[in-house]
Write a protein that binds this ligand. Structure first.
Ligand code: NAP
Length: 301
């Protein structure tokens, strides 16, 4: 018999985030149930229940909070199958973890009168075993119906996260920001590694050579906001260097360099670069001058 408790939380989707969150909840003293479609190993003390996608987990009636930790595109179909099985009742809080969607992803469950919402840890989870420590100090975007928001905030706080509320319609742009901060940062490092390989270094040496630079950059970012931590040819107005870079790059890399260079120019203008220098840099990047909000609130130049 499954023990019922207000501190019982059920998780559906035993992937990286689901298992990581389940471990963190278990360490915080929750009774955690976790359910998947296939048998797989989950770390102790978790015990996985398994059933086909159309059948609700056996413990669904023994929890008040259910968190759907499937990939973003599977949230609504899973909500639909839970609705069809009448598995969710009014007393339930149902949350999902997607960064880009809100309570609308749980639309099929509206008629259950359960409280619907989302809890998005602003953290990257690759190895679930590291999640309990990684979630400590991470911010978490909470959105949804009032009872869902209250539950999401309580859970986030108990895991050492810092919850903050976000409007449903703001989730896509918020999550695009998170993708830049994490995923595309990794992509940019991979591009840098490839360019050093073209310069004659092995893959391994290229990354070994770049790592201290990356770590130094991160160190700067821990002490300063991005606009203060930016260095390089755009900030210096070194247009000949920019032109040399662009001449050395293949078409796709040059496009990326120009797009990021334009964003760097915008940042630099906000830090006070004069319009004449900014125009020369824009010419070197073969881009137009970004519109910049001046301190006066006017768009310049
Ligand atoms: N990982 C992160 O860093 C992170 C951070 C913040 C938020 N999130 C969010 O967390 C959610 C999950 O992401 P993830 O990275 O953990 O993805 P993932 O590793 O691909 O895990 C998804 C899991 O859900 C299972 N699943 C899919 N459909 C299911 C169903 N109908 N019933 C039961 N299990 C089902 C999958 O198993 P099978 O398909 O093998 O059955 C898989 O184990 C996403 O909404 C994501 O945006 C992730």
């Amino acid at each position: 018999m499954i023990q019922q408790s207000s501190r019982a939380i059920g998780i559906i989707g035993p992937g990286r985030a689901g298992v990581g969150l389940a471990l963190a909840l278990a360490q915080a003293g929750y009774s955690v149930f976790i359910h998947g479609r296939k048998k797989k190993h989950v770390p102790a003390p978790l015990k996985l229940t398994v059933g086909d996608g159309g059948t609700p987990p056996p413990w669904i009636g023994d929890t008040d909070v259910v968190i759907l930790t499937v990939r973003d595109d599977a949230i609504t179909p899973l909500a639909e199958s839970l609705a069809q099985a009448r598995a969710i009742a009014e007393r339930h809080v149902v949350l999902h973890l997607s960064g880009s969607q809100g309570q609308e992803a749980l639309g099929p469950l509206v008629t259950s009168r359960a409280a619907l919402g989302s809890l998005h840890p602003l953290q990257t989870i690759v190895e679930p075993e590291l999640a309990p420590a990684r979630l400590q100090g991470a911010w978490a975007a909470v959105e949804g119906m009032p009872r869902a928001v209250a539950a999401g905030e309580r859970i986030a706080q108990e895991l050492g996260m810092r919850p903050f509320r976000i409007a449903t319609k703001a989730k896509p742009i918020y999550h695009a920001g998170a993708v830049f901060a994490s995923n595309y940062l990794v992509v940019v490092e991979a591009v840098a590694q490839r360019l050093l390989r073209h310069a004659g270094l092995s893959d391994a040496d290229a990354w070994a050579a770049l790592r201290p630079l990356v770590e130094g950059t991160f160190e700067n970012l821990t002490r300063h906001e991005p606009r203060e931590a930016l260095t390089g040819p755009v900030v210096r107005g070194d247009t000949a260097t920019i032109v040399r870079h662009l001449q050395s790059l293949a078409v796709d890399d040059a496009k990326l360099y120009r797009a990021l260079g334009r964003a760097a120019l915008e940042l630099t203008q906000k830090q006070g670069m004069d319009v004449k220098t900014a125009e020369t840099v824009a010419d070197a990047l073969a881009t137009d001058l970004p519109p910049v909000l001046r301190k006066s609130g006017q768009v310049g130049p």
